[in-house]
Ligand binder design. Structure first.
Ligand code: ARG
Ligand code: GLU
Length: 713
């Protein structure tokens, strides 16, 4: 019986060994390279990441710090998600030129639209600097001492690192602070909008289909990087020219079939894969339900107004999408944790860990880590719930309270120095200008009325009648004058008077308790990570996502979310038409697309069945931030564009289960089809390299250009 179990465990590990994990691109040689090749990849670790020659990594850019994008032509053409470029598309839109609704296609370079404060950042080089960062740190030191030495070391390393003048350096912690890497980066800031499909394609299915399979969304948009005459980053200028990349991704017309290898290359934001069971239980039972309830209350109000009024629909589009996105994700996360039995599995792993601690004589070293973590998670629970409530009610749903929050910081700065005050005033003014562009006081008041009761019994919405902070003009007036004048005016404002005490109470009663406990938890989590790797060394450990460049890989695969339900991994244009509801705000289909479908005017963008593929599923382990990441085939060509995960699988941020965790990608052929046949933007297709690797043709359009560039070390 026992042997049987061990054997079973071994097989289970073998199968899942090849799935899951977000890996550091500079460390793929060995295990990852082997795993990828066993899944069908023909790529070497160096094809993916190389410092001395161009490699796939040179085509991957961090899009404004929150999404991923990739270069797809030698003229700096950039592909990312529609939802990643959403606020840029929105900011160029008006009732007359409604690019959200109708789409936008620049016919030439001149028509491409510049964007304020949008950047794309590339990784030049990654270096392991663990030893240098930890130099002089000893176990005997207090947390604070250790932290300050690590900080000092990091600053010195960042300063001393070899780089060009226009490049930056940054050190990031991995494995909860057990390893450190230095990143040399290059940031381009002249980024222009090139093309976007209408929302009825780019956001087809909207919230109903968000986080859901089967999916039929053409979630893509095109931008272009401009550089100075030397191809270096430069602020927007008419004289700037299209950027020449070190590498750009060819696009495959052959696509993928079930079981094909795919690799997703991008910038995943945050994951928490090594939480103890107690922490997962807290998230599922306490935190998520709270946050879901607050957002639900806000969404009810916003959705109703957006449906009733086109102006509000445009103004609130971005906000609504942001609020709804996490609201729905948390629900799926809870569902998946329950379905996969993640808490039970973690508990069993913890029992095994504890058993091995004893067996390996490591009890005195690590024996207290898990029990202490559990105790602290218990202690912090109530505080975590309060913090979540505060964040959601005061900072993430309505707009008046975050404004007052910023103004309270302004008052704080005034108490410090005139200089701090001026800086805060500028920041507040800038924020207000952004907020009031898309503000509707009536909607905001109703949101406030809906969410505040979830925080306090003393709700007073009449502040909206009296405050100066429901329009830009009167708000700016309050901010005129010297610091004492401004502070005096602020404290006479009805909204300020009402909201400030809540902020003070939060910062005197809740936050200090959090700040006392949280560093202890972080410290123990670092120890837990160290202990896991020492006690159970045969397991496969990947570092949690931290907004740095990662590689994840897997296969194209369907899944079984419920008993007797199996989902195919590919969807087609036929499915778009099946979902079509004329005039619906989520499922309308543009006339032109209906025509193309009726006439089967598909060009070269079909698969072997003669149909146009739209989306597909894979076992790639992705998270927020991977939006816009390229899905790359076994040969290094772009086959898809990552944009989502399946609902039951969103728990992969906490627990990755290869049975139900799937990422969702738009098929590259759908993107090409829309650009070419729908938008008639043939000139953009001409810029790209279209290839057919499965029929051995890697040069359908143009020779793949990869310049060999020597980079200084
Ligand atoms: N769920 C995807 C992500 O997390 C897409 C979000 C945008 N789409 C939407 N319907 N809100 O970003
Ligand atoms: N849509 C997500 C994003 O914005 C990616 C999907 C996910 O979270 O997996 O990054």
């Amino acid at each position: 019986m026992k042997i049987f179990r061990i054997l079973f465990l071994f097989i289970a590990v073998q199968v899942s060994a090849q799935q899951g994990g977000m890996w550091i691109p500079s460390l793929l040689q060995g295990m990852n390279e082997d795993e990828m090749q066993s899944l069908g990849s023909k790529l070497s670790a160096q094809d993916i990441y190389d410092v001395n020659n161009s490699s796939l990594k040179d085509a991957i850019g961090h899009f404004n710090g929150g999404c991923t994008s990739e270069v797809i032509s030698d003229k700096g053409l950039i592909l990312t998600n529609h939802h990643c470029g959403f606020s840029q598309i929105q900011s160029h839109s008006s009732l007359e030129n409604d690019y959200l609704k109708d789409g936008f296609w620049a016919k030439n370079f001149k028509e491409e639209l510049p964007n304020n404060s949008l950047y794309i950042e590339f990784i030049v080089r990654i270096e392991d600097v663990t030893e240098q960062v930890l130099e002089g740190v000893t176990d005997a030191m207090s947390d604070r001492e250790q932290q300050s030495i690590r900080g000092r070391n990091s600053t010195a390393i960042e300063k001393a690192a070899k780089k060009e003048d226009w490049q930056d350096t940054r050190i990031k912690a991995f494995y909860k602070g057990n390893q450190y890497f230095l990143f040399v980066t290059e940031r381009y800031t002249d980024i222009r909008l090139v093309g976007a499909p209408p929302s009825s394609i780019g956001k087809f299915g909207s919230d109903t289909d968000n986080w859901v399979w089967p999916r039929h969304t053409g979630d893509f948009a095109l931008f272009r990087i401009y550089a100075d005459k030397n191809n270096r980053p430069a602020a927007y200028s008419e004289d700037n020219v299209p950027f020449t990349p070190k590498h750009y991704l060819p696009i495959s017309l052959d696509g993928v079939s079930e079981d094909d290898f795919t690799l997703v290359f991008g910038f995943p934001g945050t994951t928490d894969e090594y939480l103890p069971a107690a922490a997962i239980a807290q998230t599922v039972e306490k935190i998520n339900p709270r946050a879901i309830a607050i957002r639900e209350a806000a969404l009810k109000v916003i959705d109703a107004h957006m449906k009733a009024d086109d102006q509000i629909r445009i103004q609130y589009a971005s906000k609504q999408a942001r609020i709804a996105n996490a609201w729905k994700k948390w629900q799926g996360e809870n569902l998946g944790i329950e379905k996969s039995g993640a808490i039970g599995i973690k508990k069993a792993q913890e029992a095994e860990f504890t058993k091995q601690l004893k067996a390996k004589g490591l009890e005195s070293k690590y024996g207290n880590v898990l029990p202490e973590l559990e105790r602290l998670y218990n202690e912090i629970e109530e505080i975590n719930v309060k913090r979540t409530s505060f964040m959601e009610v005061f900072l993430r749903t309505n707009e008046l309270t975050p404004m007052i929050f910023g103004l309270a910081q302004l008052e704080g700065a005034a108490a410090n120095s005139e200089e701090a005050f001026e800086k805060q005033r500028d920041a507040n003014i800038a924020r207000m200008k952004g907020v009031y562009k898309n503000y509707n006081a009536k909607v905001d008041r109703e949101v406030f009325e809906a969410v505040m009761p979830l925080y306090t019994d003393e709700v007073d919405a009449s502040i909206y009648d009296k405050t100066a902070f429901t329009n830009l003009e009167s708000a700016l007036k309050v901010l005129e004058g010297n610091s004492s004048e401004v502070v005096e005016k602020l404290n006479k404002d009805a909204a300020y008077q009402y909201i400030k005490p809540f902020i003070i109470a939060f910062y005197t009663e809740v936050e200090p308790r959090f700040q006392a406990l949280n560093p202890q938890i972080n410290n123990l989590e670092q120890q837990y990570m160290t202990a896991l790797m020492e006690v159970l060394p045969e397991q496969r450990y990947f570092p949690d996502a931290n907004g740095t460049l990662r590689v994840t890989y897997g296969k194209v695969k369907g899944y079984e979310p419920r008993d007797a339900v199996y989902y195919e991994p590919l969807t087609y244009l036929d499915g778009v038409m099946e979902k079509y509801i004329p005039g619906d705000y989520e499922f309308d289909v543009p006339e032109k697309l209906q025509e193309l479908y009726a006439n089967k005017d598909y060009g070269q963008y079909t698969d072997a069945t003669g149909k146009v593929p739209v989306c597909f599923l894979g076992t790639n382990h992705t998270t927020g931030g991977n939006s816009g990441s390229p899905a790359i085939d076994a040969y290094g060509n772009l086959v898809g564009l990552n944009f989502d995960r399946v609902w039951e699988g969103t728990m992969s941020d906490i627990y990755y289960d290869p049975e139900i965790c799937r990422n969702i990608m738009v098929d590259a052929r759908y993107i090409l089809f829309i650009i070419d046949k729908y938008a008639g933007a043939q000139h953009l297709i001409d810029e790209m390299s279209l290839v057919r690797p499965k029929s051995g043709n890697t040069q359908t359009k143009k020779t793949k250009k990869t310049k060999k560039t020597k980079v200084k070390k």
